[in-house]
Design a protein around this ligand. Structure first.
Ligand SMILES: [Fe+2]
Length: 295
């Protein structure tokens, strides 16, 4: 989830030195700024994830990665990638300096434009980077955009975002983004699989979310998710599992306005809590949860 209540991180300032962006925060992808080291870092990240993800990421993600022909050995050229993406679902990616204000972010999504941070993390940040970079934004998010149902879901989310902001319910909608687009799991006939971008772009969480006994794995429930805090500083305490992208799209199609009121009445849940009506896939043993704070 993008938010504008933060200080711009040093790395974002450094990477964007001398660059300017338009009012909608887009800029031409500065291809000449990628160093040989950047391309090597991309290749390392790509290899690590693509070796591990078969059997872990959902088929739709893996098919998207292949169909878009995302470069394995260098940071992709956004224009080249857009030719295939646009032809498939009408989405395209736009380069941005980093995190952008909520309303700008929603406006892009509502118009089937996915903002992608243009710069790449540094070699010592292979395993963790607090802010999104081109690997997270592109490798993590873009392959699913050629899935027609997911593509429509993300556009609907953008439209809903402006509305939630005006109603003052953005934190509730942000939880939906977090527990689906970023950290969602999907139950398939072959077993549980990953579709969340925050997971597929992370080597350690790609293993943890499916293999560890620590976290809860609970069936998708829109109101339940909107009540649930999340943690941004380490692995999730709870993952929510959808049955299909169609389920996700259908559940989120109605107007959320009455839902926000209902959710507010029900009260907030901690990230690791289990509720009596939860559809349980796994109750976490809570090992290693520590005392990190939920947002
Ligand atoms: Fe993301």
């Amino acid at each position: 989830m993008e938010t504008n209540t933060y200080t711009v991180p040093d790395i974002t300032v450094r990477k964007n030195q001398g660059l300017t962006h338009a009012a909608d925060f887009t800029l031409p992808q500065p291809l000449a700024r990628y160093s040989t080291e950047d391309h090597q870092t991309w290749a390392t990240l790509y290899r690590r994830q693509s070796e591990m993800l078969p059997g872990r990421a959902c088929d739709e993600f893996l098919q998207g990665l292949a169909a878009l022909d995302v470069d394995a050995d260098r940071v992709p050229d956004f224009n080249r990638l857009n030719e295939k993406l646009q032809a498939a679902t009408g989405w395209r990616i736009v380069a941005v300096p980093g995190l952008i204000p909520d309303d700008v972010f929603f406006e892009h999504l509502a118009n089937r434009r996915f903002p992608v941070t243009w710069w790449l993390r540094e070699p010592h940040q292979l395993d963790y980077l607090q802010e999104p970079d081109v690997f997270h934004d592109l490798f993590g998010h873009v392959p699913l955009l050629i899935n027609p149902v997911f593509a429509d879901y993300l556009q609907a989310y953008g439209k809903g975002g402006m509305k939630a902001k005006n109603l003052g319910y953005l934190p509730l909608l942000a939880r939906l983004y977090w527990y689906t687009v970023e950290f969602g799991l999907i139950n398939t006939p072959q077993g549980m699989r990953i579709y969340g971008a925050g997971i597929v772009s992370s080597k350690s969480e790609s293993v943890y979310c499916l293999d560890s006994d620590s976290p809860n794995r609970v069936g998708f429930d829109l109101q339940r998710i909107m009540r649930t805090r999340y943690r941004i500083d380490t692995f999730q305490k709870t993952y929510f599992v959808i049955d299909s992208f169609q389920q996700l799209f259908d559940a989120t199609a109605p107007d959320f306005t009455p839902l926000y009121h209902a959710v507010e009445q029900q009260g907030v849940l901690g990230a690791g809590e289990i509720e009596p009506h939860d559809r349980i896939f796994h109750v976490g043993n809570r090992v290693g949860w520590g005392d990190s704070t939920d947002v």
